[in-house]
Design a protein. Sequence first.
Length: 310
Amino acid sequence: MSPDTPAFEPLEATGYLAPAGFEIQLRAELGEVSGLTAYDRLLLVPGPPRPAAWAANIWYEPVRIPIASIADAAGALRAIQRNWAVYPWRLHRRAGLIQAQLPHVSAKPLIFPAPAPTAPLGSWTLLDEHTVVASARCSSPFPNGEVQFVEDKQAPPNRAYLKLWEALTVLGRQPGPGERCLDLGASPGGWTWVLQALGAQVISVDKAPLAPAIARLPNVEFRQASAFALAPDDVGPVDWLFSDVVCYPARLLGLAERWLQSGRVRNFVCTLKFQGETDHATARRFAAIPGSRLMHLHHNKHELTWARLA
């Protein structure tokens, strides 16, 4: 952002908004940083942006804006751009009154597979009664990085489908009709349900069976086996490999590397599930794979989603 008025003070920092409950993970990922300032879940870190999988939203080039009133704050934000989402960590009533004077931003839940919003969405917060911090450019097009969907509470066998809906929405890519998908750790079938509904051909693999209604769906082939015992030659080329397997991240890394080396998979979407302590070292190894994206989704728990698209 290059504000035209001297009343806007560039902070020469980057803002990282942690998902609720995962502030410790974000701080550990960022490491020891001189000059870091925390405003509850929002961490302002001196210097340019850095990769941060544990950030729900990254605030690029934030500025400090002195304000004299609610109307003054709203006017200053409108002078920068149209669309804003508030991060209300304190002074909730005053922040709400400011947000109410800004143009309305539709936050309707998405109907999957609708695409993510494309309009720029800035973020702002009140540091105190007379100081706004704002960033016109953020990493997420969703308010505070929180993706909401119109849920299907009937067909899927569990709520894991929301995680895959979000991953595909954020990535801006999804399997198309006839594409061949491998769903590892599929039971009871939430991800298989998503992929089959997109028209894909799904090979579902798990030692536990699929929910009967999912197993009966067309274009679903179930193999009752361990995801780790399955060899690439047992399946042949696939367009997508999905994994929501419950295992230690290091073991998942070995599985992903084996399939990468096989050359049989074009696209990967996998969940790193942390059991106990967060394995930051293995997460960094996933992030270092060329073409990778590592992120914490709004529907993730103590886990990250790794993707590598062709």
